[in-house]
Design a protein. Sequence first.
Length: 379
Amino acid sequence: MQIAFFTKLTLLLLALTTMMSNVAVVTVIPHLKDIFQVDNIEFYSRLMITLPSLMIAFLAPFLGHLIDKIGKKISIYFGLLLFSVAGTAGFYLDTIQSILFSRALLGIAIAILMIISTSLVGDYFKDQERHKFMGLQMAFTSVGGIFFVVGGGVLSDISWHYPFLIYIVGILLLPFASKYIFEISHEHTNEDIQIEEKIYFIYILAFVTMSIFYVLPTQMPFLFMNHFGASGTLAGAIISSAFIFNAIGALTFAKLKKTYHFKTIYLLGLLIVSLGFIFIGLIENIYLFFLTAPMMGFGGGLMMTSVTGWMLSLVSHKKRVKASGYLTSSLFMGQFFSPILTMPLVSIFGVQQFFEVFGFIIFFILIIVIFQSKIKLYK
C-alpha cells in the first residue's frame, strides 16, 4: 500500500502528542513546593507526572475496545480536543487539586491518541517498511520533544503557568487528522493471525521498560535543580540531549532488525541504559550529564522501538487496536509504578547514589538473564 506523504506526516505529528504527557512541564515540577504551601507537596509534585500514566494504564484496555467499535477517526477528533483542553488547564488553574484533575483528563486523551497511532502504523505498513517508519516515528517524536523540553524549561523560568500552553498543539493538528488520516476496514485485509501467547510477555517487557526508564523524568529534575542547582533552561538542555540520541537509537533499530531478533536489540538497549544509570551516580560536575543523557536516550530508543515493533509483528489487523490498548496500558502502568518502586531506594541512598545502585542492579539481572536463558540472537 502506498501511503501519501501528508498521511505519514500527520501520523508522525499524532505520535508527537503521545510523548507530551510530561516533557513539556517536567521542569515545572521542582518549583511546585515553592508555589503551593500544602502538606505532601513532594508527593503531589511527582503525582503531576505519574497521574496521567495511571489513567492511561487503567483505561487503555477499555479505550482500545471502545475505539475499535466507534472508529479511529472520530476517536482522533475527541482525543486531540481533550488533549488541548486538559493540557492547557494548568495555565489558568491555581490549585494543585484542580491541576491534578486536569492531568487525569490529559491521560485519557493521550491513551486514545497512543492507541490509534500505534495501530495505524500496523495498518499502513508491513515488515521492514514498518520497522523503518517506526524508527522514523520515534526519531521524529524525540527531536520534537527537544523543542518541548527546552521551551518548557525556558517558559518555566518566566512563570510556572506558561509551559502548559504548549498543549495547544492538539487543536492545531485537528485539520491534518481530518484530511489525511483514513481507516482500513477489517474486510480489506486477508490477515487472520491470532494473538500468540507470547504477546503477553511483551506486555510484561513494556511494563519493565517504563518502570526503569521513567526514573529519569521523576528523579532527574530533582537531581539537577536541588542537588546541582541547575536552572530550568540547563535542565531542559540536558534532557534534550537524551531526546537527540533517542532519535538516533530509534533509527538504528531498523538497521539492526535486518540481522538481529527483537530480543537482542532490546537487551542491547537495556545494557546501555544500565551503564548510563551507573555513570549518573558517579558524576560530580553537572555538565557531565551531557555525556550520560545521550547513553540513556540511545538505549531507550532501542528498547521502546523493539517492544512496539515486536507486538505489531504478532497481531492481526483485527486485533491490532485492542492489542495496542493493552500495550499502552502496560507502558503507562510502568510509568505510574516507577516512582513507587524506586522511592524506597531513593530514601535509603539519596537521589544520586540511587542511580548508581539501580544501574548495578539492572546490570547484574541482565547478565543473569543472558546466561540463564536461550536468547535467539538473530532473526
